[in-house]
Design a protein around this ligand. Structure first.
Ligand code: PMP
Length: 410
C-alpha cells in the first residue's frame, strides 16, 4: 500500500511551511483533515443547515436526518448495539466530565474505590479526583512497569470488591503503550465494577468494538480521527445511560418543564442539551467513511511498519533515549523520546526549523511524568498518511539538532 494515495487527499500535507516540506508528526494531538471531510462540511452548510430536532419544516428535518445518520455511522464504527447509545459531546474531555458527573456523582459512595492508571491523560483523571473528593471515595492508581506496561498482578491487586469504576486509557498518549483493556474489563466485571475506556488514541488507529470488549463506556474525540475539532463521543451501554442523570440542562433534552421541575427526554437526547455541533457530526461521519474506505486493518499495518522503522532508526542513535514498550505489538505510533543534553522544548523548536512538527512537554499526564522521573519528553506521533521519508527527515533533523547543541556546549 502506497501512502502517497492518501496524501493527495490532505491539502495541508502537500504544503510547505517556511520553505520546507511539512513533516507532520503530531497526530496524537490532532490529525489533519482530508478533502472528503472538508467537502462534507461545506455540503452541509450549502444544502442542509438548520437547527435539528426543532422545526416541522423540510430543512430542519433534513438537518435532523444528517445528524442522526452521523450517530448511526458512529454506532457502526465502534460496533455498538444501538445508535441511542451514542452521545455527541464537544470532545473526550467533556465526555469524562459527563461520566464523572452523571455516573460518578450518582453511583459512588463513601469508601468506594475508583481505579485509574498512572498514565492517564488529565481529562481522565481530574473528573475522578473531583468525584472522589466530593463523595469521600478513594482514587487508586495502577502503576506501570519500567516499559510503561501494566502487569496482570498490578491489575488484580488494585481492582477489588470495593472498586466501582475503572477508567483506563486504551492507548497512552504519552508513550504509546496499548493497555490490555479486555483483560482489565473482564477482571473488573468479575468484581462488579463498570469500566470506562479512553479511546482517544485507539479508536482512530485500530478496530475497536465495544461489544467485543464488553466496555461499559467508551470516550473519544473526533479531531484525532480526521474529523473537525469540537465533536466527541461517549458510548454507553443502554442500561447505564438510562439510569444516569443528565449532565447539562436546557433546551432539547427535556420533555416537560414546569415552574419548579422538569422531566427529561430519553437517551441520547437527554445528554445533548442546547444546539448541537451538526457540522462536527457531519465531519465525523465523513471521517469514518474515509477510514472505512482505507480500512482499519490497513491503517494498523501501515502504522505498524512506520513504528518499526522509526524505532529501528531511533534506537541506532546512541544519544536518543526511548520511552515505552520495545515490542511493536504492544504499542502504537506514539513515540516518546529524549535527546541527551537537549531540553525537549529546544528539540521541538529546532526540529521545526527543518519543517518537522513534533510535540514536547508533559502530554497532559503530569503524574505519569513525575512517576517516570522526568518533566517532559519529545513526542513524534504518526498516522497512516505519514511515510518512511518523514521518518528519515526526522532522523536527520535530530542528528543536526544534537550536533548544533553539542557545538554550543563545547
Ligand atoms: N485522552 C487521551 C488519551 C488523549 O490523548 C487526549 C488528547 N490528547 C484526551 C483524552 C483529551 O482529548 P480532547 O483534548 O480532545 O478532549
Amino acid at each position: 500500500m502506497d501512502n502517497k494515495d492518501f496524501i493527495k487527499d490532505f491539502p495541508i500535507l502537500n504544503s510547505e511551511l517556511n520553505g520546507k516540506k511539512l513533516v507532520y508528526l503530531d497526530s496524537a494531538a490532532t490529525t489533519q483533515k482530508p478533502m472528503q471531510v472538508i467537502n462534507a462540511i461545506e455540503e452541509y452548510y450549502k444544502n442542509y443547515n438548520a437547527n435539528p430536532h426543532r422545526g416541522a419544516y423540510e430543512l430542519s428535518i433534513l438537518a435532523t436526518k444528517v445528524y442522526e445518520d452521523a450517530r448511526e455511522k458512529v454506532k457502526n464504527f465502534i460496533d455498538a448495539e444501538s445508535s441511542e447509545e451514542i452521545i455527541f459531546t464537544k470532545n473526550a474531555t467533556e465526555g469524562f466530565n459527563l461520566l464523572g458527573y452523571s455516573y460518578g456523582m450518582s453511583f459512588i459512595q463513601e469508601g468506594d474505590e475508583i481505579v485509574i492508571s498512572i498514565a492517564e491523560h488529565h481529562s481522565n483523571l481530574l473528573p475522578w479526583q473531583r468525584v472522589a473528593k466530593a463523595k469521600g471515595a478513594i482514587l487508586k492508581y495502577m502503576y506501570t512497569d519500567e516499559n510503561g506496561e501494566l502487569s496482570l498482578e498490578e491489575i488484580e491487586s488494585k481492582i477489588t470488591d470495593k472498586t466501582k469504576i475503572v477508567s483506563i486509557t486504551h492507548v497512552s498518549n504519552a508513550i504509546g503503550t496499548i493497555n490490555p483493556v479486555k483483560t482489565i474489563i473482564d477482571y473488573a466485571h468479575s468484581k462488579n465494577a463498570v469500566v470506562i475506556v479512553d479511546g482517544a488514541q485507539s479508536v482512530p488507529h485500530m478496530k475497536v468494538s465495544v461489544r467485543e470488549l464488553d466496555a461499559d463506556f467508551l470516550v473519544f474525540s473526533g479531531h484525532k480521527l480526521l474529523a473537525p475539532m469540537g465533536i466527541g463521543v461517549v458510548y454507553g451501554k443502554r442500561n447505564l445511560l438510562e439510569i444516569m442523570e443528565p449532565y447539562t440542562l436546557g433546551g432539547d433534552m427535556v420533555e416537560y418543564v414546569y415552574e419548579q421541575e422538569y422531566t427529561y427526554d430519553d437517551i441520547p437526547c437527554k445528554f445533548e442539551a442546547g444546539t448541537q455541533n451538526v457540522e462536527g457530526a457531519v465531519g465525523l461521519a465523513a471521517a469514518m467513511d474515509y477510514l472505512n474506505d482505507v480500512g482499519m486493518e490497513v491503517i494498523e499495518e501501515i502504522e505498524g511498519n512506520l513504528v518499526s522503522y522509526a524505532l529501528e532508526r531511533l534506537n541506532a542513535i546512541p544519544y536518543v533515549k526511548l520511552f515505552g514498550p520495545s515490542d511493536v505489538k504492544k504499542r502504537t505510533g506514539v513515540i516518546s523520546f529524549e535527546i541527551e543534553g537537549v531540553h525537549p522544548h529546544d528539540v521541538a523548536s529546532a526540529l521545526d526549523t527543518y519543517g518537522v512538527s513534533i510535540r514536547a512537554g508533559n502530554h497532559c499526564a503530569q503524574p505519569f511524568m513525575r512517576y517516570m522521573g522526568i518533566s517532559a519528553t519529545c513526542r513524534a506521533s504518526f498516522y497512516f498518511y505519514n511515510t518512511k521519508e518523514d521518518i528519515d527527515i526526522l532522523i536527520e533533523a535530530i542528528k543536526e539538532t544534537y550536533n548544533m547543541f553539542s557545538k554550543w556546549r563545547d
